[in-house]
Design a protein around this ligand. Structure first.
Ligand code: BEZ
Ligand code: FE
Length: 304
């Protein structure tokens, strides 16, 4: 076949590939989607031009993504975990918060957020059954950017146990243990009782674990509590508070720690401090959540 092909829409060499693919996507109707997909193609092609993957490396990369997908179940989200250990989730959060320094910083949602947590009254414990560990009394305030209280804000919390497991990972824990939501009072205040969470390794039995081992990285997160704060007329805050004395604070495997999210876990001896009725050493944590105006949304739970 020596007839010249009269078509500008076919690939002739590496340089023409990107333009041909972008032209094929030209009719994408939604302008935002079009911009995003064009950028994905431009950056992915630039990556391939730079790295020059061999055929074998390309196939191994595709197989890795295939295994990440296959590892996902209703109760485990390997895809979120991959985004987290590559710093993608944190970068999205940081970019979306950069223009709003007066607000509390966001942190990644993580793969363990579940919908349907119990609603509790002020001061109630989020512990169900017996979960042994140092008691923790949390006192929070939800404020607007003028530092005025936001009442009736929905404050959702979830955390790992004192042995570092979320209830859905641990058959010893009752359903929805260490998960709950509260509504702020007229002062924007919320109070609850819990037990100190421990740091924990992210799940490493799947392909993301293989990746961490290849990179000689540890899999640990410093001890923290997760929060989602939703109030009508305000942008939803997805955040975490880290224990100031936690191990791995400066090497969180998912890069979630920022200075403003480190909370003071103050230790008190039994019979002393703000909860003198407590018969063992305990901790208190005070946190302030500053919300900016915006549209409130609920995050999509990555697991059931
Ligand atoms: C978490 O904090 O729940 C989490 C975040 C990223 C990866 C694994 C766990
Ligand atoms: Fe967590």
């Amino acid at each position: 076949m020596d007839r010249p092909v009269q078509c500008s829409n076919i690939v002739t060499d590496a340089t023409s590939t990107t333009a041909v693919v972008l032209a094929a996507m030209e009719k994408t109707a939604d302008p935002r989607l079009k911009g995003i997909l064009n950028a994905v193609v431009r950056h992915a092609h630039a990556f391939l031009n730079e790295v020059k993957l061999t055929d074998d490396e390309f196939e191994r990369g595709l197989d890795f993504i295939r295994r990440v997908g296959l590892t996902c179940t209703d109760s485990h989200n390997e895809m979120v975990l991959l985004a987290d250990v590559l710093g993608l989730s944190t970068l999205v959060k940081v970019l979306n918060n950069a223009a709003h320094e007066e607000r509390t910083g966001g942190a990644l949602l993580g793969p363990f957020y579940r919908a349907g947590s119990p609603r509790y009254e002020q001061g109630h414990a989020i512990v169900q059954g017996t979960t042994l560990g140092p008691p923790l009394f949390v006192s929070g305030h939800v404020l607007d950017t003028n530092r005025q209280p936001i009442r009736n804000a929905r404050v959702e919390v979830w955390q790992a146990s004192p042995v570092g497991l979320y209830e859905n990972q641990d058959p010893q824990q009752p359903e929805m243990n260490l998960r709950g939501h509260f509504f702020t009072d007229a002062q924007g205040a919320v109070k609850f009782r819990s037990v100190r969470p421990a740091g924990y390794p992210v799940p490493t039995q799947g392909p993301v674990g293989d990746l961490l081992r290849l990179q000689k990285r540890h899999p640990y997160r410093p001890a923290h509590l997760h929060f989602v704060v939703v109030a009508q007329g305000y942008a939803t805050l997805i955040s975490q508070i880290f224990a100031d004395d936690a191990e791995y604070l400066d090497s969180d495997v998912v890069f979630g720690v920022t200075r403003d999210l480190v909370g003071e876990f103050e230790r008190h001896e039994a019979g002393t401090g703000p909860h003198p009725q407590t018969q063992e050493p305990y901790y208190t944590l005070e946190c302030v959540f500053v919300l900016g105006e915006g549209v409130s949304t609920y995050p999509t739970p990555p697991i059931k």
